[in-house]
Write a protein that binds this ligand. Structure first.
Ligand code: GLN
Length: 203
């Protein structure tokens, strides 16, 4: 049985803890190296990816998380977490001193941050994910604009949304799972359940 952790530096980590709790999984908050060492599966929450990037580096967690990901630690990122798992960003944030936002990487994809435009900063869609229909909540959401050959596309935005139709909003590569949307803010536990099964080798 895996020990689950939720990266708890910024963003909606409490909602992920509650979502896992709803499945009977007691996850712990990860803010330090020792806490990271104590877990064998990690959730990276939604929030602001440039802040999560800066904090993970300041707290000395970025390199150790990258190493754990490379060693196969199951990791799920929602929204900003998806951005953190992207190997490449189309539009990284740049600080006033010219420093570019970095990611942890792991999933062979190019991600566009804030991909759905101003008018649709926040919207909901019913999506197919595995065998489930789920209501997905998008908040200043990213999309995967290119994925490599080892990446499985698990959900795209369905017709009839002409603005967003066909856009890639859930992917998996090996033990890594990422969604543009926030299942942790809805009642649906399908994504977290999928992730828990993935850690057990059942997905
Ligand atoms: N747009 C945010 C970012 O770039 C992500 C938004 C979210 O996690 N809801 O990090």
């Amino acid at each position: 049985m895996s020990e689950f952790g939720v990266l708890a530096l910024q963003g909606d980590f409490r909602e992920h803890l509650a979502a896992l709790d709803g499945l009977g999984v007691k996850a712990r908050m990860v803010r330090t190296l020792d806490e990271l060492k104590a877990v064998d599966a990690l959730v990276i929450p939604g929030g602001e990816s440039s802040v999560i990037d800066r904090l993970t580096r300041n707290y000395g967690l970025a390199q150790p998380i990258k190493e754990r990901i490379a060693a196969g630690m199951p990791t799920y990122g929602s929204c900003a977490g998806m951005i953190m798992l992207a190997d490449r960003l189309e539009n990284p944030a740049v600080t006033s001193t010219g420093e570019q936002q970095q990611t942890l990487g792991g999933i062979d994809m190019l991600v566009r941050r804030n991909a759905f435009g101003r008018q649709v900063d926040s919207f909901e869609h019913t999506l197919k994910f595995a065998d489930h229909d789920l209501t997905a909540v998008f908040i200043r959401a990213p999309e995967a604009v290119q994925v490599g050959p080892d990446v499985a596309v698990l959900s795209t935005v369905p017709a009839p949304d002409s603005r967003a139709q066909g856009r890639i909003v859930a992917v998996r590569q090996g033990n890594l799972l990422a969604t543009s949307f926030h299942p942790e803010v809805t009642g649906s536990r399908a994504i977290h359940e999928f992730f828990v099964n993935l850690t057990r080798g059942d997905a």
